[in-house]
Ligand binder design. Structure first.
Ligand code: ATP
Length: 242
């Protein structure tokens, strides 16, 4: 389990997170929602080690992560799928997937990791499997998001941090992407999902947190929040999109 306890973090002199605590349980999706600028991306980046923790603690299955450098976190099981996907467009789909596994290629060998990448494509993105040697830039937004998530899985994470995976996707692709996340979580991963598509995120999540101005303003069962839209609207207003 990923445990974030009383975490304070920010940029330079600017504090953004003011004592945030939350848990992400393996086998489940935890939704993190909140208005623009609340600090959601900052929290994911803090868990990934890209923003330093000023106070508080982050642990994974009881082991301290707080001071582990960012580049060592994938090896500890913590992987961020950043907003905007950040694929290398002039590299092939396969190479983008291999980059996700770079920390373990030396350990497991390139042949085995390559075979895993093909297996992952065949399983989760059969339409892309025969196109593994195409450049990522040629893919649609939905396909790129899929590759970005699969690149994350290539690291063998225990915790997957997802920053707005629905952003820029055609509406019919959004449902497919959430279904994939449910499948991934059901296989035992702890998924922390930051989303603007609040209602859809709550429908696939087992726990939900609302972050507002760097503080957890509300935490609870997604069903309760869905049954009481006025609670969400108090923080998200018109942003609580269906
Ligand atoms: P959004 O939904 O708009 O992405 P968010 O909840 O993810 O919002 P953050 O992106 O974490 O919010 O931003 C929280 C605060 O931190 C904002 O005030 C933002 O301006 C500030 N901030 C974000 N990134 C940086 C940075 N690299 N340097 C300085 N300030 C930053």
């Amino acid at each position: 389990m990923l445990e974030i306890t009383d975490v304070e973090a920010g940029y330079g002199p600017l504090p953004v997170l003011h004592g945030v605590s939350l848990r992400v349980v393996p086998g489940t999706i935890t939704a993190l929602v909140g208005p623009n600028g609340a600090g959601k991306t900052t929290l994911l980046r803090t868990v990934a080690g890209l923003v330093p923790v000023r106070a508080g603690a982050i642990t994974l299955d009881g082991a301290a992560l707080t001071r582990v450098p960012a580049h060592e976190r994938p090896g500890r099981g913590v992987v961020l799928v950043p907003e905007g996907r950040r694929l290398f467009g002039d590299q092939t789909i396969l190479d983008n997937l291999l980059l996700g596994a770079s920390w373990r290629i030396r350990r497991d060998g390139l042949a085995r990791v390559t075979a895993e990448a093909h297996a992952l494509l065949a399983r989760h993105a059969p339409a892309l499997a025969p196109r593994a040697r195409q450049h990522a830039a040629a893919l649609s937004g939905g396909e790129q998001q899929l590759v970005a998530i699969l690149r994350g899985l290539m690291a063998h994470p225990r915790v997957l941090l997802l920053d707005e995976p629905s952003l820029g996707l055609a509406p019919q692709r959004v449902g497919e992407m959430f279904a994939l996340l449910q499948q991934i979580a059901a296989e035992g991963l702890a998924v922390l999902l930051v989303e603007q598509m609040v209602q859809q995120a709550l429908r696939v999540a087992s726990a939900a947190y609302v972050l507002d101005r760097g503080r957890i303003a509300l935490a609870g069962a997604p069903a309760e929040l869905l049954d009481h839209p006025e609670l969400l609207a108090a923080y998200l207003g018109a942003e609580a999109r269906a």
